[in-house]
Structures are given as structure tokens and as C-alpha cells.
Design a protein around this ligand. Structure first.
Ligand code: SF4
Length: 367
């Protein structure tokens, strides 16, 4: 059957995709700007099904935000408070070990640990946290600390980034999440998070993690003041690093939520169509990253279901106790999510749910 391509500019891209050829910056721009979203989605779905068939992956995980105190004031952030300000929290390692116990008893396999850049927490706090969690729950995977946090910890402990990662790995760090990348273009970064590390520094620390055998995810925060060329540039810079290290497990496009940020009244958020397009274009441009995540907490459960036919093969996790997106206005409810509910979301989208660990090894559970 003839497949209709409404925008002729997509025809050469469709041929490249069918031949497995790498797409260029200009191809990315066409994909982000074409009116023919359904063709973009169909091409991405073909690639997704070639790689993963009908399977959609998920993890049973829990989020831990050990502190929201942060010395940086990113304009995009609704989560952090300044030191000594009202509304700050910091949990001790023992409190966290206790807090996560019920989740571990209910089958959580991964703890996703990120927080603010707290000026008074010593480096020992982090090594103690990881070693106590590992002692209490030796089989749980610790996916912790963004590149931004690793950079900060290296500075406060007066070690190199390499030494910092080695010490954290010895304490129990297994892999790292991909946050803090935001958008790499300096002109956007200077506006939304001007005190945060540069793109080059983020990439360099991710490279060091990968060289030390610590896999990471990678992300892109979209739907604020960036343009399509910034998105394509961001994706291709990550693709270049993946060519070099093969250390990224998955790519996670993150829908920017504006509530309680500087942009609350001045920006419109990305539409659901833009969410789907961003996932699809990511699938098409990342020929070297196996997994594209539809982060349901950011885009909503229903769009996450559709995204499984627009290139996404991963729905994320159960994400118990997510706070960062909720504080920025996301309406999704991580407290209500369970393994059974996530499986149903996937099955109702006519996909086959496959539970994996953090490194995409399939988890077998007793019936
Ligand atoms: S985005 Fe991260 S670094 Fe920036 S203020 Fe929020 S917690 Fe701090």
C-alpha cells in the first residue's frame, strides 16, 4: 500500500530512514518544522518497531530528593530554595534508608536520587548515603546525581571529577540520571540557568562517567524559549558523545513545566503535539541510542500512551514520590502509579510491557 507523505520535504528523509542512513542537522530542522507530523511519527514508529518490536520497557523505581536546598537560582526551577529560606528540606542518610523501606518491600529495583546543590552538606554525606543504602538494600540499583551535582561535589571536596566519581562508585553509585543538560546552546543557557555549568562541562563530565564504566541517561528540556535549531544542536551534540563513548542508556525529552518559575506568566508550555514530535524526531536523529523515553510524569499518561506509536519504547518508571515536576505544575500523580497501572497503560496502547532494571536487563518476577 502506498504510504502518503503530505510534505515533499520529508521524502528524502524517509528514504534515508528506510536505508538506515544517519540524518543531518538540516534533516532535523525539517522534521521539527514540517506540518506533516503524522509522517514524522510513522517514520519514528518504524524505527522503534525495528529496534524493539512491540515491547515497551519500564522500571519499578522510586525517586529520592534528599534536599531541595540549592545555591544556584535557575530561572527554570520550581524545586529549589536558597539556603536558610523557608520550605527547604534535607534528609539524613538514615532517614532516607527508612523512607524507602516500604517501596523496596513492594519491589522497587531502582532509587533515582537527585537534589539541589546544598552548600553545607559535606562530600561524606553522599558516600554515607550510598553505602548505607547499599548495606540495607544490596540488590537495589542507585541511579544518582546529575552531571551538575557531580561537578559541585568535585568542587566542594576539592577532588577532580574523576576522583569524585571513583569515590562515589566505591560507595555504591551504579549509574547517573541525565538531568541538568537543559539546552546546550549558550544563548539559551545564559538565560534559563546562567549560573549552571556550561554545555561543554556537562558533556565532559558525562564523558568521564562513561570512561569509568558509569552509564548515564541524557535529557533535553524543551518548550521554553528555545528554537528548533537549539533542539537539533542539543541532540546532535549528545549523539556525537554517544559515538565516542556508547555510555548513554536512553534519551529523555523533558517537557518544561512553568508553574512557580520565573516564566509562569510569560511562556506557553509545549503542546501535546510538540511532545509527540519531539519524541519522534529524537528517535529518528538518535541512531546510536537504543531507548527513547516517554516521561509520563511530564507529558501525562495519555500522551505517553500515544508516544509509544511515535518512537518511544520506554515509559519510565513508577517514580514514587516525584517532586520536581509536581512543584512546577505537572498534574500527573506519581503517588497513584503502580507497576500494575503502568503495565495497563502500556497494554491499553497495544504494546507489550517489559519490566527491566536500570540497564535494560529484563526483570523476571514470580507470578
Ligand atoms: S535546576 Fe538544579 S541547579 Fe538549578 S536551581 Fe534547581 S536544583 Fe538548583
Amino acid at each position: 500500500m502506498m504510504e502518503l507523505i503530505a510534505d515533499p520535504k520529508l521524502e528524502p528523509i524517509a528514504h534515508k530512514v528506510s536505508r538506515g542512513e544517519r540524518l543531518t542537522f538540516d534533516d532535523g530542522m525539517v522534521l521539527f518544522q514540517t506540518h506533516d507530523l503524522l509522517t514524522v511519527g510513522r517514520l519514528a514508529n518504524n524505527v522503534r518497531e525495528q529496534r524493539h518490536g512491540n515491547r515497551t520497557h519500564f522500571t519499578v523505581n522510586r525517586y529520592v530528593n534528599h534536599t531541595n536546598v540549592c545555591v544556584v537560582s535557575c530561572k527554570l526551577c520550581a524545586f529549589a530554595v536558597r539556603p536558610k529560606a523557608e520550605g527547604g528540606w534535607t534528609y539524613s542518610p538514615d532517614e532516607i534508608v527508612e523512607q524507602v523501606a516500604p517501596s523496596i518491600a513492594h519491589g522497587v529495583k531502582e532509587l533515582h536520587i537527585v537534589g539541589g546543590l546544598h552548600p553545607w552538606l559535606k562530600f561524606d554525606y553522599y558516600t554515607e548515603l550510598f553505602s548505607k543504602l547499599k548495606a540495607a538494600y544490596p540488590d537495589v540499583h542507585l541511579k544518582a546525581l546529575t552531571m551538575v551535582e557531580l561537578d559541585f561535589l568535585a568542587k566542594i571536596s576539592k577532588q577532580s571529577v574523576r576522583e569524585t566519581i571513583i569515590a562515589l562508585r566505591a560507595a555504591g553509585l551504579d549509574s547517573c540520571p541525565g538531568g541538568g543538560a537543559e539546552i546546550f546552546a549558550a544563548e539559551i543557557r545564559d538565560e534559563i540557568c546562567d549560573h549552571k555549568m556550561s554545555a561543554e562541562e556537562w558533556i565532559d563530565i558525562a564523558r568521564t562517567c562513561h570512561q569509568l564504566g558509569i552509564h548515564t541517561n541524557c535529557t533535553m528540556l524543551y518548550g521554553h524559549i528555545e528554537r528548533p535549531d537549539h533542539r537539533v544542536d542539543h541532540i546532535l551534540r549528545l549523539r556525537d558523545l554517544q559515538d565516542e563513548t556508547h555510555g548513554f542508556n536512553c534519551f529523555v525529552p523533558l517537557h518544561f513545566h512553568r508553574d512557580n518559575t520565573v516564566y509562569e506568566t510569560t511562556l506557553n508550555e509545549a503542546t501535546s503535539l510538540d511532545d509527540l514530535r519531539t519524541i519522534a524526531v529524537s528517535r529518528l536523529l538518535f541512531d546510536n541510542i537504543d531507548h527513547i523515553k516517554a516521561y509520563w510524569i511530564g507529558i501525562g499518561e495519555k500522551i505517553a500512551q500515544v508516544a509509544q506509536s511515535f518512537g518511544a519504547d520506554d515509559l519510565g518508571g513508577t517514580i514514587v514520590d516525584e517532586r520536581i515536576f509536581r512543584m512546577a505544575g505537572a498534574q500527573t500523580d506519581a503517588a497513584a502509579m503502580s507497576r500494575e497501572r503502568l503495565e495497563k497503560l502500556i497494554r491499553d496502547a497495544k504494546r507489550v510491557p517489559v519490566e527491566t532494571d536500570s540497564l535494560y536487563n529484563v526483570v523476571e518476577r514470580a507470578a
